[in-house]
Design a protein around this ligand. Structure first.
Ligand code: ADP
Ligand code: ZN
Length: 732
């Protein structure tokens, strides 16, 4: 082999970035046979062997005799130059060390394993002689998962059976045991497999995207349209155009919307399943996805936010569906917003981005207004479905006993639906039974021992739970403070309690409560959702879980129990969030032929947000909200960063915060201001005290450089952690 600028002969000095928390590139010698820039390698680090990437020539300048050799080059596609550039820019933007970015980009197990065969299990052709419950579960798992390959362990775990149950089915030919190479390409997708006849509106949007994709250049498009208007149909056409161009496509969805229903829809469109990347995917499958994306054996990935860090070989399209969804922001570890990073990645690799939403984020709306993004609108719902009628129920004039939340007006509306054989959804954005548990003797409220948060009663699980850290404890019999027995009482409604009220108010109705806490597995939840869609419930009680993506054709009434929740609060995005959530929940009603209605229970029917929701004047809402933010100089008209300091010792965190606030010269130089330190709204999490500072800077300021200079001067004691949150979404 010959040495070129990208190739290093055996023994040459190269710089290797590892995923270990050392923030520098280490020197190694190229292994026998040499290596390319971008090669994934295994290197010795102290007594261990770790994964790394060859970044370029080594630094040298010290005792070269001590430099160790790369152990071997891994059997995976090298990291593309574009990917390196993307990780570097994302690291600079979020002020994250490159090692942490590399960890994010290599989240698949066994990348270093040599190629080998393995046994996987698939549905066979024979019927088992006797179908037990356990056997049925195995068959259900295989049937439900289409192309996913399962190892013996994965299959028995997923079905909740012992491996001998699977083996028994193999003997009978009901399950096939197949030897396959560990990682095989996904079946080819056919862009022409089953395209729908688009409406004129849809066709115009698809055409614009098609043209953009053919340029092979970067561009971002906001695809706006109410729920049910055909946004998914349109972006699947954009995926088809990308496949025809021979490039790869990525569809990002909020984790919760990654349902079997969605995957089946993609399969129907392209004749084969896409690669999947989310928390429900088996380890085997994760590894296959990662490798095939890199080798080009996966044309389309449907995934959650971290799929953005997969090693695509030639990415031509990124769709961010429900782009306003808050789950795109990762709130621990690397604090990144997948929507913004998608735009960054696309701009580096010459791809198109489609941001789809019924209720775009204000940032995206402003970018479209400013002409940075193309804007496409789908104006009508597909077919006969129309937007639901929206009205407020003024709770000040409703006659409601205490500890009841369903108003007489709402009750009457639900009764009417039950009589017509239609479904109603009662929505409340609060998990658990009651948000507060109070002692009626002394007034004590049960709090979490580790956090500054109240414990929430989960009656279904018979426990109290902290929604900050997940800590649970049994429901106390007597008050932990005054020790009086039998006086602990729930205060306020949660989704479980609302379910109880509905069951009491409508004794004849079938009530289904949908809350993430109530299902042992994602599969049980999916099953419940399927049953509801099939009409097996009259009343659905749900948290935001139901606000996303499901299609319930019989649903014609959405009742929002507390539309005021979320209007209060110091969060800069409170109004925007409430507006989006209400519009989306309301969008659940009347998706099929039957017209729907949405009713919002509120004590503030004159509140501008409630009024904008009711009048449906979305553009008016965005304009007013944008004006307010422009006036206040806050995002997207100014820049913000949060600094979170945490320590087991409150004083230590505060002292450092005060020190930072006093030494803000690097920030003042760019015209930025520092606010705080102040205790974070959740001042204690997992036993650590949290203190926040907020930095506000003018729009064009070089914020990251100033922040790096400002915090880089600090010497942090081990007990203290500092994290920087660029463009914070939540203020906890
Ligand atoms: P959105 O993504 O905007 O919520 P969808 O793309 O999911 O909308 O469309 C809503 C429903 O209407 C889906 O069941 C979809 O299959 C159907 N639909 C939309 N457009 C068409 C079309 N042109 N032909 C046939 N069915 C369509
Ligand atoms: Zn807690």
């Amino acid at each position: 082999m010959t040495a070129g600028p990208d190739f290093f002969d055996a023994g040459a000095l190269v710089g290797v970035l590892t995923a270990q928390p050392l923030d520098r590139v280490l020197d190694y010698r190229a292994p026998e046979g040499g290596c390319h820039v971008g090669a994934f390698v295994e290197v010795p680090l102290g007594p261990r062997k770790v994964l790394g990437v060859v970044m370029g020539p080594g630094e040298g300048g010290y005792d070269l005799a001590k430099v160790r050799s790369i152990i071997r080059v891994l059997d995976v596609a090298p990291m593309a130059e574009e990917m390196q550039a993307f990780l570097q820019k994302a690291a600079d933007y979020t002020l994250t060390p490159m090692s942490a970015m590399l960890r994010l980009a290599t989240r698949a197990p066994g990348l270093g394993d040599p190629p080998s065969m393995r046994k996987v299990y698939r549905l066979g052709y024979s019927e088992p002689s006797r179908v037990t419950d356990a056997r049925q579960r195995v068959l259900d798992v295989l049937e439900g998962q289409g192309d996913q390959a399962f190892t013996l362990k994965e299959l028995s775990d997923e079905a909740g059976v012992t491996s001998s149950v699977v083996k028994g089915l193999v003997k009978q030919g009901a399950v096939d045991e197949v030897d396959t190479p560990r990682d095989t390409p996904y079946r080819r997708l056919d862009p022409a497999h089953a395209s729908k006849d688009l409406t004129e509106d849809q066709r115009a949007c698809a055409q614009t995207l098609d043209t953009a994709i053919q340029t092979s250049a970067y561009g971002t498009t906001l695809l706006r349209g109410v729920t049910g208007s055909g946004k998914t149909e349109v972006y699947l056409e954009a995926v088809a155009a990308t496949l025809r161009a021979g490039r790869q496509a990525l569809v990002l969805l909020p984790e919760i919307a990654l349902t079997a229903e969605f995957l089946t829809r993609v399969q129907e469109r392209f004749g084969a399943k896409p690669a999947e990347w989310h928390s429900g995917v088996t380890m085997t499958e994760r590894r296959r996805c990662w490798k095939m994306v890199g080798e080009g054996g996966a044309q389309l990935v449907v995934g959650a936010r971290s799929a953005l860090f997969l090693p695509f070989r030639d990415l031509g399209l990124i769709v961010v569906d429900e782009e306003h969804d808050t789950s795109y922001k990762q709130e621990d570890g690397v604090l990144y917003n997948a929507r913004d990073m998608a735009v960054l990645r696309a701009s580096i690799c010459g791809a198109q981005v489609v941001l789809a939403s019924a209720t775009p984020s204000l940032e995206t709306w402003v970018n479209a207004e400013a002409g940075k993004y193309t804007r496409l609108d789908l104006k009508a719902r597909f077919g006969v479905a129309v937007m639901p009628e929206l009205r407020a129920i003024d709770m000040r004039s409703e006659d409601l006993p205490s500890n009841r939340w369903i108003s007489p007006t709402m009750q009457a509306a639900v009764t009417q639906r039950i009589e017509r054989g239609e479904q109603s959804l009662l929505f409340i954005n609060r998990r658990g039974y009651a948000p507060v548990t109070i002692c009626r003797a002394c007034g004590h409220q049960v709090g979490c021992d580790h956090c500054d948060a109240r414990m929430v009663e989960h009656r279904f699980q018979k426990r109290l739970m902290c929604h900050q850290c997940g800590e649970t404890k049994p429901m106390p019999e007597k008050c932990p403070a005054c020790e009086v027995e039998g006086k602990m009482a729930p205060v306020g409604p949660g989704v479980e309690r609302l379910g109880e009220e509905a069951a009491a108010l409508f004794p004849e109705a079938r009530v289904a409560t949908l809350s993430s806490d109530m299902f042992a597995s994602a599969r049980a939840l999916k099953e419940q959702i399927r049953a509801i869609a099939a009409g097996e419930a009259d009343i659905i009680i749900g948290t935001q879980l139901v606000a996303k993506g499901h299609n319930f054709p019989l649903l014609t009434l959405v009742g929002v129990i507390d539309a005021d929740l979320g209007l209060q609060g110091s969060d800069l995005r409170a109004a925007e969030r409430t507006f989006q959530l209400m519009r989306q929940v309301a969008g659940r009603a009347g998706r099929a032929e039957k017209p729907g209605a949405a009713m919002l229970q509120t004590f503030q029917p004159e509140h501008p947000v409630i009024r904008a929701i009711l009048s449906g004047d979305e553009e008016g809402f965005w304009r007013a909200e944008a004006e307010e933010r422009r006036h206040a100089g806050v995002p997207p008209f100014g820049r913000m960063a949060g600094i979170i300091l945490s320590s087991p010792d409150m004083q230590e965190a505060f002292d450092l915060g005060t020190h930072l606030a006093r030494t803000d010269a690097p920030l003042r130089q760019i015209g930025a201001q520092v606010f705080g330190p102040a205790p974070a709204p959740i001042a204690r999490v997992r036993g650590r005290h949290r203190v926040r500072l907020l930095v506000k800077a003018p729009k064009g300021a070089a914020l990251q450089a100033a922040l790096a200079q400002w915090t880089g001067a600090l010497k942090l004691p081990n007990s203290l952690r500092l994290s920087v949150d660029i463009d914070p979404q939540s203020f906890y």
